[in-house]
Design a binder for this molecule. Sequence first.
Ligand code: PHE
Length: 462
Amino acid sequence: MSENSRSSIHGQWSSRWVFVLAATGSAVGLGNIWKFPYIVGENGGGAFVLVYLLCIAAIGLPVMIAEVMLGRRGRQSPINTMKVLSKEEGRSPLWQLLGWSGVVAGFLILSYYSVIAGWAINYVLEMASGSFSGTSAGQVKTVFDDLLADPLKLTLWHTLFIIATMVVVARGVRGGLEKAVMLLMPALFVLLIILLIYAMNSGAFMQGLAFLFTPDFSALTGKGVLIAMGHAFFTLSLGMGAIMVYGSYMRSEDSIARTSIMIVIADTVVALIAGMAIFPIVFANGLEPGAGPGLVFQTLPLAFGQMTGGLFFGTLFFILLLFAAWSSSISLIEPAVTWLVENRNMTRRMASIVCGIATWVLGMGTVLSFNLWAEVKLFDMTFFELLDFLTANIMLPLGGLFIALFVGWAMSRESKLHEMGTKHLLAFNGWNFLLKYVAPLAVLVVFLQSIGLLEKLIEKLS
Ligand code: PHE
């Protein structure tokens, strides 16, 4: 089949903007607002942020362009896309493993992502019922601790969120999602700005900014570097086929590079604004920046509780956060669903039900890891921490590494030029260089240093 005649059986985005919105919807999610601030806090601030930004620019952006391109050229589920493209380029069918690892990673991530999104559901209700009006930091923390200690509540919200995700996936991502994202993402952005303005007046704005943007390298560990790189993949939805599958619905005439740049900028801006809003509140209230996964849930309610109109803004904020999580979760399971439809002859509905049940069951492990299983640890990590570490810090960077290697080395220059257009050769060559050398080496170096091997290697060589 020639690449021009290939089209996706799952449909196509109706315009370039819809692709940008859907991919931004996938990228912007809990990663930006929940995870980014707390890992910045746990890893000492500025130096971590700097490494993260470097990874976004030098690895994230080129890999995003590569992943979208693979999707659009293959026009199938990530597994079958890699099968078709490796054949077309005369390469080993083993490249399909890239698609498989993506499907597994997406499934693992969704299982805990849904539990955290469930926290947001709980906070919509707590906010709306006025629980946080004028409360103290201590009371806000108690609400959070009580939630985590309650497996039944967590299960209920987790179940609701999985159902909500699967309903959209069953109908096809192009249906309701397009319209929802178009309205809700800008609204979330506006609320973040409101929070930012509040933070500016909190009395600790400069302290928050200094924490975020003054690099103190003594605060950064080798593991911190790995987490920063892993998060660059996580926040951009890279390395597991989500962006590939969205790319497969992209129209052939749209520019991949330009749209990818927009998505990367939007995602980064949202994360940075979230950080700039949260840390001043942390310092103004004498809270602990390294509080962990509860950070956002222990700081923002405090701010909303003190602000005029806080009940309204706070409720709206958690609703929008929930929508941001929703549009991400859909893309996490889409690679698995498309594969089941293509290879197991299932209807979309059936495939969604199967995936939904499987993720729900696995998600129960995360639910319990916050209470009944809190002491059950492997490598000093709870079930949730282990899943998060394995997916974000190992599987996604590995997936990204192999995407870079495939596009950088295994794909012919002709195929790439055909897909990318020949108008901007200089930019093309720059991108190709980043993919061939910079991204793979950077991932390898970070992996090696995080297990302490890099230092030993340097010692041996010198
Ligand atoms: N990028 C999403 C977020 O930041 C999470 C995600 C990861 C979505 C991988 C899809 C694939 O919340």
